[in-house]
Write a protein that binds this ligand. Structure first.
Ligand code: NAP
Length: 492
């Protein structure tokens, strides 16, 4: 391993998902070897390690849900399965020699910036303390499962688990099972488990718009072409990019263009769901795109199964042997699976991050999370977030957004080298102007069409999505502008 330059900053990255690993690869390549990745678990992979439910797969095409600098030519199918994606990430760790940099079982509880020395003090939950010049968070938006606020959750005496923490020891065969939630996770595992269980009660609060998934295994000829013609592999990736990207305007400006997809979803539902009551319930009553559009080929056939009940009455409470609804029905079940999503708008929670002058990130974000370019937060010097506020997408791959962020952070480090010993803190004016521009861009987006979604925080502000093209984000993150930052000397 080449030695780091003597004045190379010490860098701590929190998380070993796609963000943390890719950032580490880029930093190592550029000669930053004084690098530690902190991982709360005993294995890398982030959301792809945690979500092991039956049928877990990606809804973005694998050739584009992978690093541009590390193509994989032998994806088994168009949309990779969880196992294969996790395997790809493990391959990256091996190939780029990251293992020695990762500290497993190291959950960060807090991080405090010390202005007198321009360093970050990082405290792990086991009270170990570390220090670093640069702190990069790569904790994703989907790492904290959301548990619904339903009365009696702790009174149920059967088996209960969240889809993101699947209980593989529990055999669902022949059981009466309730699933709460009909989002992206549920539509993947419900068709799988519906075949095993005796009875499945599916509690739906809002229906989802579901389109066909254009998925299939690659043929051996395609594998041969990908392996032997790298240009074809790259062209294939490029075509996926533009196919996905072409939908950006429909989400952000011309929402009615999405109506054609609503028509297609209704047609699919009619084709597969013969029960008229179920059919009526399964078609959403809100503008398509307002919540994430889902893709599946087996969701509607699963809903149509005679052993699947679609329940739209509100849940009143959980009781020791099942679920009671607001209409007074009682559903006795052996197991309850929560497919209720993640606390996406809480970003860095539950870590306590404290910046200059003792200001916490919660105080800085009292009116909602915001970050300059989704990466830097004013008052938190030498601190960079990957997949931060307003960098999520509904139309393309997050891995592409992450690569834009890697480039931006690398450029920040270069700028920092020009001001030795200082810590860079984004100017509040630059951050506010950027946040304003993002919120203006979101005004015409379909996510503001009035539905309740995980894109909106408790104040109804969209702090999650990027309101534009991914190439415009890439252009915006190509270089860090020195004038947007203050370079602070220790003790400033
Ligand atoms: P989600 O999309 O947030 O869905 C949560 C579901 O639970 C919704 O149907 C929601 O209903 C329901 N729910 C929440 N609280 C409830 C309550 N108290 N009572 C009844 N129902 C309740 O969560 P997810 O399915 O886990 O997916 C989250 C995100 O993860 C996705 O949007 C996607 O970005 C990502 N994901 C991606 C993939 C992939 O293929 N790449 C797969 C899975 C997940 P309402 O709609 O009424 O709130």
């Amino acid at each position: 391993m080449p030695a780091s330059a003597p004045d190379s900053p010490s860098i701590v990255i929190i998380g070993t998902g796609f963000g943390g690993l890719g950032m580490a690869i880029k930093l190592k390549e550029a000669g930053y070897h004084h690098l530690t990745l902190l991982e709360k678990s005993d294995r890398i992979g982030g959301t792809w390690r945690d979500n092991t439910y039956p049928g877990a797969a990606c809804d973005v095409q694998s050739h584009f849900y992978s690093y541009s600098f590390e193509p994989k030519h032998d994806w088994s199918r168009k949309f990779g399965l969880q196992r294969e994606i996790l395997g790809y990430m493990e391959h990256c760790v091996e190939k780029y020699g990251l293992k020695g940099h990762i500290r497993f079982n190291s959950e960060v509880a807090r991080a405090e910036f010390d202005s007198s020395a321009n360093v970050w003090h990082i405290g792990l939950s086991d009270e170990t303390r570390l220090r670093a010049d640069i702190l990069i968070t790569a904790t994703g938006q989907l790492n904290q499962p959301a548990f619904p606020d339903i009365e009696g959750l702790d009174r149920f005496e059967g088996t209960l688990f969240h889809s993101a923490r699947w209980n593989h020891d529990y055999n669902l065969e022949g059981k009466r099972v309730a699933v709460i939630g009909t989002g992206a996770s549920a539509i993947q595992f419900v068709p799988e488990i519906a075949r095993q269980v005796d009875r499945l009660y599916l509690f739906q609060r809002s229906a989802a718009w579901v389109l066909p998934k254009l998925d299939r295994p690659f043929s051996s000829l395609e594998h041969w072409l990908f392996r032997h013609l790298p240009a074809w592999d790259r062209l294939y990736r490029y075509l996926i990019y533009w196919k996905n990207e072409s939908r950006a305007l429909a989400f952000t400006r011309f929402n009615r263009l999405l109506d054609v997809f609503a028509w297609q979803a209704r047609r699919e539902a009619r084709k597969h769901v013969s029960d008229p009551v179920k059919l009526r319930k399964i078609i959403p009553d809100y503008q398509i795109g307002c919540k994430r559009i889902l893709i599946s080929n087996d969701w509607y056939p699963a809903i149509n199964r005679p052993n699947v009940d679609l329940i739209t009455d509100g849940i009143e409470r959980l009781v020791p042997d099942g679920i009671t609804t607001t209409s007074g029905h009682h559903y006795p079940v052996d197991a309850i699976i929560l497919a209720t999503g993640f606390r996406a708008t809480e970003f860095l929670a539950p870590m306590a991050i404290t910046g200059r002058g003792g200001k916490t990130i919660n105080e800085a974000w009292r009116d909602g999370a915001k970050a300059y370019k989704g990466i830097a937060v004013s008052g938190f010097p030498n601190f960079f977030m990957l997949y931060g506020p307003n960098t999520n997408l509904a139309h393309n791959s997050i891995v592409y957004m992450l690569e834009s962020q890697f480039q931006y952070v690398m450029d920040c480090l270069k700028k920092l080298e020009k001001h030795p010993g200082t810590a860079m803190d984004v100017r509040a004016e630059a951050q506010d102007a950027f946040a304003e521009q993002v919120q203006q861009g979101l005004e015409t987006s379909v996510w503001n069409a009035g539905c309740h979604s995980w894109y909106l925080d408790k104040n109804g502000r969209n702090s999650v999505n990027w309101p534009g093209f991914t190439f415009s984000y890439r252009l915006a993150t190509r270089h860090a502008r020195e004038e947007d930052y203050r370079f602070l000397s220790p003790g400033h």
